[in-house]
Design a binder for this molecule. Structure first.
Ligand code: CP
Length: 301
């Protein structure tokens, strides 16, 4: 079976570090023709700006060509074609499939029905492993290490797939966790149990001020409107947190604010010009890390 990136837990610590090292090479040499002749499919069953465009740019920068769709309305899925048949058809045409899908487990399923590398570009509220690798790259870039980081995850910890993947990855590096969320969007028990089984500490709060001054990374997330079944529940929490520049007076000098983006109201724009804001560079790093993921899964040494 081809090597895929479905969950961050599919990769060993050594593989994660290897991909981050390849990404450093990619940042130093942003165009390399090592995948000439390869064709990569980007299948986005859900909206995306960064993930799709940075994967497509990454493939182009490596010399590969890209096919795909970003709107299922223009495909035969709108006529009722199944996910299985869609994947099997596309697998006949390409060397790798990168896919985002609203259903948890969709990318795993795709990896089981075709013998191509599959990259999970987000499956429901479950995993977003390429985001995790770029988050790790950015944490290492800003802190000089991955070990023993204190990270404060803020916002929608229930539905936010980026925090679920990142928590699992950082458990390999003995991180100290703070979880800041409204009561209705707390980190699910399965992830807290995962940390406890590994002997790792976490603290929870619903106050953004409580742990802001003791973290190295303030990882902000938006409330995931598209995952709410009841719109009134979203209305109650959509503006629960709003970080502004005045709240950063007592933070650690090395602290950096990350956000997978898009942001809605959770970070005021006056934060953008502070030395703590790092989310635009984080998004840029996504391109280098995705170059590394594609090259690694297609056998680049
Ligand atoms: N971070 C992220 O997944 O952004 P997009 O939804 O724009 O791809």
């Amino acid at each position: 079976m081809a090597k895929s990136l479905i969950s961050i837990r599919d990769f060993s610590t050594e593989e994660i570090l290897h991909i981050l090292d390849i990404a450093t090479e990619m940042e130093q040499n942003k165009s390399q023709n090592i995948l000439q002749g390869k064709v990569i499919a980007c299948l986005f069953f859900e909206p995306s700006t960064r993930t799709r465009l940075s994967f497509e740019t990454a493939a182009n920068r490596l010399g590969a060509r890209v096919i795909g769709f970003s709107d299922v309305g223009n495909t035969s899925i709108s006529k009722g074609e199944s996910l299985k048949d869609t994947i099997k058809m596309v697998a006949n045409y390409v060397d790798m499939i990168i896919m985002r899908h609203p259903l948890e487990g969709a990318a795993r399923y795709a990896s089981e029905i075709c013998n191509l590398p599959i990259v999970n570009a987000g499956d429901g509220a479950n995993q977003h492993p390429s985001q995790t690798l770029l988050d790790l790259y950015t944490i290492r870039e800003t802190q000089g290490r991955l070990e023993n980081i204190s990270i404060n995850m803020v916002g929608d910890l229930k539905y936010g797939r980026t925090v679920h993947s990142l928590l699992q990855a950082l458990s390999n590096f003995k991180a100290n966790f703070f979880f800041t969320s409204p009561d209705s969007l707390k980190m699910p028990d399965e992830y807290k149990e995962f940390l406890t089984e590994r002997g790792l500490q976490y603290k929870e709060t619903s106050s953004l001020n409580e742990y802001i001054n003791c973290c190295d990374i303030l990882y902000m997330t938006r409330v995931q409107q598209e995952r709410f079944r009841n719109p009134m529940e979203y209305e109650k929490v959509k503006n629960f947190f709003r970080l502004d520049a005045s709240m950063l007076d007592g933070v650690k000098p090395n602290m950096k604010i990350l956000h997978p983006l898009p942001r809605i109201n959770e970070i005021a724009t006056d934060v953008d010009d502070t030395p703590y804001a790092y989310f635009y560079k984080q998004a840029e790093n996504g391109m280098y890390v995705r170059m590394a993921i594609i090259a690694y899964l297609l056998g680049y040494k």
